[in-house]
Design a binder for this molecule. Sequence first.
Ligand SMILES: N[C@@H](CCC(=O)N[C@@H](CS)C(=O)NCC(=O)O)C(=O)O
Length: 207
Amino acid sequence: MADIKLYGFNMSTYVRTARIGLIEKDIAYDSMPLEMWSEEHLALNPFGKIPVMKHGETVIIESLAIAAYLDAHFGGPRLIPEGAAGVRTMQWIGSFNDSVQSQLNMGVVFERVAKPMFGMETNEETIAENMPKVERMMPVLDAAVANGGHFGGNEPTQADWYFVPSINYAAMCPDTQDLVAAQPNLSDWLGRMNARASVQANVPEMG
Ligand SMILES: N[C@@H](CCC(=O)N[C@@H](CS)C(=O)NCC(=O)O)C(=O)O
């Protein structure tokens, strides 16, 4: 049994982000099942979100805090580097959490792909409201990873592990797949990231 336990399921982009970070740092962990919003879940995270990580008796909520904790307590490549690359990494994680999550993930992909899987009705108005924002966002993401780069700079960082699960979903979603394919740098980056063992280890089963 590993010292680290990660709670949450793989279809969650945030859980996948945490898992990719763990594997990139070569940290063994046990993947723990969790019934969402159960007593057990709310005892671990009163906000009812995943992922939750446990290291011995220490409980860490929030994917960014998990990455910072792993850098502070374990070796391997830094998820949030020092210096300018660290600033870029944090900037992109901030933009992901503030804009990409609401506009692309919840505003379009969740509505179109996830809701029907959960027997819920897609809200077309939400998609229509968010599509122009996603159209504006995509070339910005494309420019960020130009010339064989990454969101943090020359090397992959935790910022990439936030974007990989979401851009893969966007590449499958009927509303956004052409938009992703039309971004040459982003498509190249996605291919490079998807070739990594850490990313291949975490592909969710759909349907
Ligand atoms: N800020 C949190 C966001 C985590 C998050 O939103 N996770 C989603 C799954 S992808 C969740 O737990 N949703 C359940 C809910 O919102 O009640 C983090 O970075 O860990």
